[in-house]
Design a protein around this ligand. Structure first.
Ligand code: STR
Length: 413
């Protein structure tokens, strides 16, 4: 494969994410990376990312990727499932993209997601009640916050929004975990991808016959009302929504809790009301964002990147947005970009949700989930603390997503 010698290898096992982020930043605003043997560009500067994310010569269509078209990248590549996915708003640009995305984006505005508040509060209370009951039985025990709180909430919310039955949640959790983990053998990952698409295609067929009061049914009905979307496209959108809607928000909640528990002085300021929960959420998004690397856009023409000494992204090459490195951009966020600081002056100026036409349509929903979950958690368990030294916290072997293996805490009741 056409490997540039200076390409920085990205560790699939994520053993030292802070070190890797620093090395990426040091490599410059745009640099070569090696994704498990596959070369690509990485962008680590916010201004460069903003510009490239609004450059129509960079597209999501995998058929524009030289290495894929030539057969050098195949389904044996462990990250193929991040780029070769069913057609949806995630894989298209321009008018096609608008056709597939608009209805979803309209259902997810800040105003519309407010309607979900009571349901999100209900799930949150239910999870906290279960945690409290468990804590009463085994006081002082170590609890992993991921499976009991951060994990179940986002999946429950996105499933109810899309009309995926609650009974389906355990299987979805299992399949997506296998999909994202780089310890999963490739054969199994490909089988998981096929199974997932099969489940969603069946679901769309069933909803077409008997629509419900959910966003998937609304997309199907739009099909009949002049904004055509095929069943495959609805299934692709549904699949993207479920994948994007749970994995990322779990991470947002865990990052914020980790940030606060490792900075008790800042936690105190939030609990005093001196700093808002919104500031906590925005800082968590910048400091340790849900998306480490977003794969991938492809150049339809040569693109000159003036900032980086005139590097040329050649036609057919792939470009990754490295959002964790972008959040730590010292030129943009200042010399203390590595530290978690909910009082920083430029809080909220991150682009963790992306930028341009593909900017996360679920941003308002995920912010709402975090804005409900975090204060409720700390109100219910005022003595919440880490159960292990923070250096012992490990990231899971997921290259693209920020996935904390576990967040062991003592609830302190
Ligand atoms: C996972 C595999 C799949 O079947 C469909 C998609 C499309 C949406 C993708 C998703 C993927 C992976 C996680 C993504 C999500 C959109 C937002 C989310 C990239 C490739 C993020 O992590 C930003």
């Amino acid at each position: 494969m056409n490997q540039s010698p200076s390409a920085l290898a990205i560790d699939p096992l994520v053993k030292d994410l802070d070190g890797e982020t620093a090395r990426l930043r040091a490599a410059g605003p745009i640099a070569r990376i090696d994704l498990l043997g596959v070369p690509a560009w990485t962008v680590t500067s916010q201004p460069v990312a903003r510009r490239l994310l609004t450059d129509s010569r960079l597209v999501k269509d995998i058929n524009q990727w030289g290495l894929f078209a030539s057969g050098e990248v195949t389904h044996a590549w462990p990250l193929i499932g991040m780029v070769d996915v069913p057609p949806s708003m995630f894989t298209t640009d321009g008018a096609e993209h608008r056709r597939l995305r608009t209805k979803i984006a309209q259902a997810l505005t800040a105003r519309r997601v407010e309607e979900l508040r009571p349901a999100i509060e209900g799930y949150t209370t239910r999870l906290l009640d279960e945690m409290a009951a468990q804590a009463k039985e085994t006081p002082g025990a170590t609890v992993d916050l991921k499976p009991v709180f951060a994990g179940p909430l986002p999946m429950a919310v996105v499933c109810s929004l899309m009309g995926v039955p609650e009974s389906e949640i355990p299987r979805q959790m299992r399949l997506w975990k296998a999909f994202f983990s780089l310890l999963t053998p490739q054969e199994e990952r490909l089988a998981v991808m096929a199974e997932v698409y099969g489940i969603f295609l069946d679901m769309v067929r069933e909803k077409k016959a008997a629509p419900g009061d959910d966003l998937t049914s609304a997309l199907i009905l739009a099909d009949e009302g002049g904004a055509p979307m095929s069943q495959e496209e609805v299934a692709g959108n549904l699949q993207s929504m479920i994948a994007a809607g749970h994995e990322t928000t779990i991470s947002l909640i865990l990052s914020a809790v980790r940030g606060l528990l490792t900075h008790p002085d800042q936690l105190a300021m939030v609990l005093d009301g001196q700093v808002s929960w919104e500031a906590v959420i925005e800082e968590a998004l910048r400091w340790d964002p849900p998306v480490t690397h977003l794969l991938m856009r492809f150049a339809t023409e040569d693109i000159v990147v003036a900032e980086a000494g005139g590097f040329v992204i050649e036609k057919g090459e792939g470009v990754v947005m490295s959002y964790r490195a972008i959040g730590r951009d010292t030129e943009f966020h200042g010399p203390d970009a590595d530290s978690f600081d909910i009082t920083r002056a430029d809080a909220g100026r991150h682009i963790a949700f992306g930028h341009g036409p593909h900017i996360c349509p679920g941003a308002a929903l995920s912010r709402l989930e975090a804005a409900i979950a975090l204060p409720a958690l700390f109100a219910r368990f005022p003595g919440l603390r880490l159960a292990v030294p923070s250096q012992e916290l490990r990231k899971a072997p997921v290259l693209t997503q920020n996935d904390l293996e576990a967040l062991p805490v003592v609830l302190g009741v």
